[in-house]
Design a protein. Structure first.
Length: 239
């Protein structure tokens, strides 16, 4: 009797293990296919010049899709061309369904400093943008003598634009507030060059708002909020 009970126990354990392995394999297979479909749809809509990668971050996300619930999704797209700029985009959505709805989320777009410099136009004629210690800095030379300067800037945002405002200038080891340059006859022309510049961020999908911007070593990062409802740029049947 004892031997029979042991055999039954081993059989039940083996069946449970086999069932768990089957569920896990099925989940991974469905999850992989779903990620592939999401990535393909993102590539179709954004037409990027780089790779697209999608991750389902909710546990058992593959099996959840059988009930029309995908869960949380993160999509990374490299080389998206918008407004004459190329950027890397990451979108994180909560509670995505196979019908293309979500509970909202967030996103970022990273723009290289060569493109930031071009978009700022005549700000600090001859100055180039870069990130330093979390600040946006304009570097270059000014005046007849070509004096090297470093201009630190603040970046503020509205729902559909960002503004770069120069705040201080470092020249020959001396730091001067931009507002004080007007009082220096030799620096008044530079003061006029360093007026704030606003860059519009147009063509945002419905429900997407620009919330902040900050400088990093890799580029200027624009952060967005995404409202609950249809995922940006989709109708039904998103997955």
């Amino acid at each position: 009797m004892t031997s029979n009970r042991r055999n039954k126990t081993r059989l039940l354990v083996s069946l449970a293990a086999a069932l768990a392995a089957l569920v896990c394999s099925t989940d991974l297979l469905v999850e992989h296919r779903t990620e592939g479909r999401i990535a393909a749809r993102a590539a179709q809509r954004l037409d990027p010049h780089g790779p697209v990668h999608a991750d389902l971050t909710t546990p058992l996300a593959g099996l959840r899709t059988l009930d029309g619930d995908v869960g949380d999704v993160e999509v990374t797209v490299r080389g998206v061309r918008r407004q004459h700029a190329v950027m890397d985009v990451t979108v994180r959505l909560r509670g995505v369904t196979t019908d293309g709805d979500s509970a909202g989320g967030s996103g970022t777009a990273t723009i290289g400093y060569d493109q930031v410099t071009r978009r700022l136009g005549s700000t600090g004629d001859g100055l180039t943008a870069r990130g330093r210690d979390g600040d946006l800095v304009l570097d270059g030379s000014v005046g007849r003598l070509g004096l090297p300067v470093a201009v630190r800037c603040e970046v503020s945002t509205t729902a559909d634009s960002f503004t770069v405002t120069p705040t201080t200038v470092n020249v020959l080891g001396r730091q001067v507030a931009v507002d004080d340059l007007a009082a220096l006859p030799s620096a008044s022309a530079l003061r006029r060059q360093l007026e704030p510049r606003t860059v519009p961020v147009t063509g945002l999908p419905r429900g997407v708002r620009l919330t902040s911007a900050h400088a990093t070593a890799d580029g200027l990062v624009l952060a967005f909020s995404i409202a609950a409802g249809p995922t940006p740029g989709t109708g039904t049947g998103a997955v």
